[in-house]
Design a protein around this ligand. Structure first.
Ligand SMILES: *Cc1c(COP(=O)(O)O)cnc(C)c1O
Length: 260
């Protein structure tokens, strides 16, 4: 059989092939940045890349799967559930990471498809996720505790739109996750606070703080070593501060609608 034809995608034709080579080139560039940052920071371990596919169609997730991507991130339940179903129907088993703010009433849905939730930030959500996992009779759900690094100066002025537990309450929340047998405490997660123009204000300071909080957490929970940090704009800084899970969207998939 003709090799070239045999390896062509089943559906989509030329457009899909062009998109696939674009994604492949972008992925390669991101992996090269990661490799360089790992060397620069003198780390022996390799951080995992979670490709954030929010706002991009399931067809892109399928192309990424064909390119060897195994971990994808989504931030809205409805969108994630639909895409996961489509990708599973095509025969790909990926690890789905839920990375967005999560209402407790969505826990049941998320527990059906997600392997990890990176945005666990309050006791009520811990309880809802534990209950949902129990009802779904599925393996334990990996939980990253999202920390709010933006409100430190003002303390209690919580509720930056991005969510997160205040550092002072991190260990309390960790204990609650550790007590739930349906949940596995993976580690911490954060988004660097935004400055002017939507760029990270000071990722260096934010990720240094996150590393400190991670060390505190690991003292009480030795297994909870994961650090989910670093996006397209600041993955190098996150790697320098020990990130184990990078959440990269736009530098792999391209621009998306402005909201996030
Ligand atoms: C969208 C998003 C990302 C990816 O951001 P990019 O700048 O597109 O790489 C990472 N983490 C969270 C929580 C997000 O919502």
């Amino acid at each position: 059989m003709n090799e070239g034809q045999a390896s062509a995608p089943a559906a989509g034709g030329a457009e899909s092939a062009a998109r696939k080579s674009q994604l492949e080139a972008n992925l390669k560039a991101v992996h090269a940045r990661i490799a360089r940052a790992v060397v620069t920071s003198g780390r022996q371990d390799q951080p995992e890349l979670v490709v954030v596919t929010k706002f991009h169609p399931a067809s892109d997730v399928l192309l990424l799967a064909e390119l060897g991507v195994r971990d994808v991130g989504e931030n809205r339940d409805q969108e994630a559930a639909a895409k996961q179903a489509e990708v599973a129907a095509a025969g790909f088993v990926l690890r789905w990471h839920f990375i967005g703010q999560l209402q407790s009433n969505k826990a049941k849905s998320v527990a059906r498809y997600a392997d990890a939730v990176h945005s666990v930030d309050r006791p009520g959500l811990v309880d809802a996720l534990a209950k949902a996992v129990r009802a779904a009779e599925r393996p334990a759900l990996q939980c990253f505790l999202q920390v709010d690094l933006g409100e430190q100066a003002t303390g209690e002025q919580a509720g930056g739109q991005r969510g997160g537990v205040l550092p002072a309450h991190l260990l309390e929340l960790a204990a609650r996750v550790a007590d739930a047998e349906e949940l596995t405490l993976a580690g911490v997660m954060a988004v660097a606070p935004l400055g002017e123009g939507g760029r990270s204000a000071d990722p260096e300071q934010a990720f240094a703080k996150l590393a400190e909080l991670s060390a505190q957490l690991v003292r009480e929970h030795p297994q909870a070593t994961a650090i989910s940090a670093g996006m397209s704009a600041d993955l190098e800084v996150a790697i320098a501060h020990g990130a184990t899970h990078l959440r990269v969207g736009s530098d792999v998939l391209g621009r998306r609608a402005a909201v996030r």
